[in-house]
Design a binder for this molecule. Sequence first.
Ligand SMILES: *Cc1c(COP(=O)(O)O)cnc(C)c1O
Length: 350
Amino acid sequence: MGVLNDKLKGLTPYDPAPAGDRVRLDANESFLPMPASILERAQERLLQLDYNRYPDPAAKELCRAFAAWYGVPGENVAAGNGSDELISVIFLGFLEKGDAFATLEPDFSMYGFNGFLNEARQVKIPKNDGRIDVDEALRLCREEHVKLLIFSNPCNPTSVVLPREEVRRLARDFDGLLVLDEAYMDFSDQSLLGEFQDYDNLLILRTCSKAIGMAALRVGFAVGQKPLIDAIKAVKSPYNVNSLSQAYATAVLESGEELDRALATILASRKQLIGGLQELNAAFPGRFSLLPCDTNFAALRTPEDETIYRYLWDHGVAVRLTGGVLRITCGAENENQAVLAALRAYFQEG
Ligand SMILES: *Cc1c(COP(=O)(O)O)cnc(C)c1O
């Protein structure tokens, strides 16, 4: 086809193999269904929507609910159609063709993808077992004239969290825009949300798709000083978050008690999964190593990762193989048991 440029020719749609009726521990979603009490409250709102009207472009009520739950001012929040959309809006707005952006590898693949689409130049800064050398990262950013540094903290796929003091140092000493993707920070305690006002070059991303358990509705947020948030609002498409998602997510974010309970349940699942993996690690020494876990998923490193991935798939469990780690999302108790039993069987077979 003559109209496809070189940029488009190599691209294919994101289309993971359907997991069928396998146990789904592959996408880091919450395994918990929406609590009935929240469903009810949300439904009341949905009945009152003006379906003939466009959504509120500023998603004011939704941003207020997010701001109240996380303790930040509403005017410093922008909502997106998932944080994925906000990532693409940020790349589109803050980078010009040929600009350099830096990632800490391995990390979420959407960063590199958006840089590619915007014809920006990617500087890959390697991690060492999930850790980075902050001074070396800063030096590389200076040397390569990096305009935008983006990374997830805690990291997807390594599950490792970078301590707050190191992130502060990056925000302070990097002179470009720092985009801090805190998609998993509900599961950890090193957030910079409480001090975003200290930095005029910091955007923090959060999502409702992981701890909040609302991946289906596609809602994410950016938090930062007003000029940065206003820039995002100016670049994004006007009606980016639909009215159903705005109303629904508002009801969810106003349900703090249920959110706390859900988080505790997911953390208990994590304890079970990590505990089981540690037992396997002791029973089959040298077969795999387990990275420190600060998210809702475990990250395993092993030279057998591809064989294990396929074995699990063939035995009814979907996990993810990405960035050099085998990534296993915490599931319901029986789902954790299923993946642990399958792994044990695999290691016992040889
Ligand atoms: C899951 C994930 C997101 C995507 O979140 P959405 O709000 O569902 O788009 C963003 N960043 C990282 C690191 C993730 O793992």
